[in-house]
Write a protein that binds this ligand. Structure first.
Ligand code: NAI
Ligand code: MG
Length: 363
């Protein structure tokens, strides 16, 4: 029995998480060796407006003994974003030392991309985003507040330990997958943090002579992701750079509705979080047209993490079938299907895949 903490959160979060839970519940029905207990935590902006806090003081303790966290989204026009994001999502990422933020960027067959002529062979990369440091570490200050000299300090934090562990994890992944690693940084302009990152990257790379490596400056990386996405196989970058570049990645893979992520604590001292990349999308909240695929794909990453990679693969195959047909796409992909219809289509595709001989599914 795996205990899953479910935090639907704000905006479209509950709408997409509902579909992921349905997919997971279906898998548990099909496979006698799998069962899930879902514990719901109603944290987010409504909770904040009622109680003054996004999650209870002892919230991390309530999550600690779960096998994984399934997260929707956070953020609402009713409360400032830095309050909502930092006091829920960042508390979990930092508190549970989720230093690997894994983000697959893949153009699925048949999905329209704004990059004319690009195919799914061109856009097939995995981003490893550092999750606990960089500009998002939360270090900083306001000086001379309320005066004309008001000054904001946002301190980027790059420790050797924090840099090395995420880079090393990336190389282990690259070795397993037989793929190259591209490091993205800005060592020319940032003479402390960028230089440390590059130095640690080179040191770790020397231990993996079997893995091909490249280094790119972040501005050039943005350009190449559009012009030559094929260059990128596995990419490792700091918190801020990978945050920005993976929204670009979501754009070229067909939109925010498709992109998934896993915030991992690789040592498994704490639970890991599985969530779509997108935010709470207040502009389409409650309309039944949010794309649940990013969330369902994150559930596939969760299945991998929990030791059911055969199911993780199958969910991704079911997603491929679903988005390949315009009839089972939401509006962001040019379709007319509702959120619920897309979720049901993924379950139907899973049932079809199960009925097919092994191997036939590998389309
Ligand atoms: P967003 O990702 O919520 O939305 C950007 C655009 O993409 C919107 O037009 C939205 O309708 C569309 N979109 C997003 N997800 C979609 C989906 N699954 N299907 C179809 N269309 C989708 O980002 P935005 O607008 O910058 O932020 C909205 C709120 O979300 C803010 O409060 C922000 O702080 C928060 N946020 C939270 C994140 C999280 O919980 N992980 C991440 C990013 C933003
Ligand atoms: Mg982002």
């Amino acid at each position: 029995m795996k205990r899953i903490a479910v935090i639907p959160g704000d905006g479209v979060g509950p709408e997409v998480v509902r579909e992921s839970v349905n997919v997971l519940a279906y898998i548990a029905e099909q496979d006698p060796s799998i069962s899930f207990a879902f514990d719901y935590f109603p944290w987010g902006t409504d909770h904040y407006l009622r109680t003054g806090e996004m999650m209870p003081q002892d919230g991390l303790d309530a999550l600690r003994h779960h096998d994984a966290i399934l997260f929707g989204a956070v953020g609402s026009p009713r409360v400032k974003d830095h309050i909502t994001l930092r006091n829920l999502l960042f508390r979990i990422r930092l508190g549970f030392d989720q230093y690997v933020n894994l983000r697959p960027i893949r153009l699925l067959p048949g999905v329209p991309t704004p990059l004319g002529g690009a195919t799914s062979r061109d856009i097939d990369m995995i981003f490893v985003r550092e999750g606990t440091e960089g500009e998002y570490a939360g270090a900083g200050d306001f000086l001379f507040p309320g005066t004309s000299r008001e000054t904001a300090l946002q301190t980027a934090v790059f420790s050797r330990l924090g840099t090395e562990r995420v880079i090393r994890w990336t190389f282990e992944l690259a070795r397993r997958e037989g793929r190259s690693v591209t490091s993205v940084s800005k060592g020319n302009a940032l003479q402390y943090s960028g230089v440390l990152w590059d130095r640690v990257f080179d040191e770790v790379a020397a231990e993996y002579p079997d893995v091909a490596t490249r280094r790119l400056l972040v501005d050039a990386a943005a350009m190449f992701m559009v012009r030559e996405p094929r260059r990128f196989e596995i990419v490792v970058a700091s918190n801020l750079y990978a945050d920005i570049l993976t929204d670009l990645g979501a754009g070229i893979m067909g939109g925010m509705g498709l992109a998934a992520s896993a915030s991992l604590n690789p040592e498994r001292r704490f639970p890991s979080t599985f969530e779509p990349i997108h935010g709470s999308a207040p502009d389409i909240k409650g309309a039944g047209r949010v794309n649940p695929i990013g969330s369902i794909w994150s559930a596939a990453l969760m299945l991998d993490h929990l030791g059911y990679p055969q199911w993780g693969r199958r969910v991704v195959q079911a997603i491929e079938r679903t988005v390949a047909s315009p009839r089972t796409r939401t509006a962001d992909l040019g379709g007319t299907a509702s959120t619920g219809a897309v979720g049901e289509a993924v379950v139907t595709a899973l049932a079809e895949l199960a009925a097919e001989p092994e191997g036939a599914a590998a389309s």
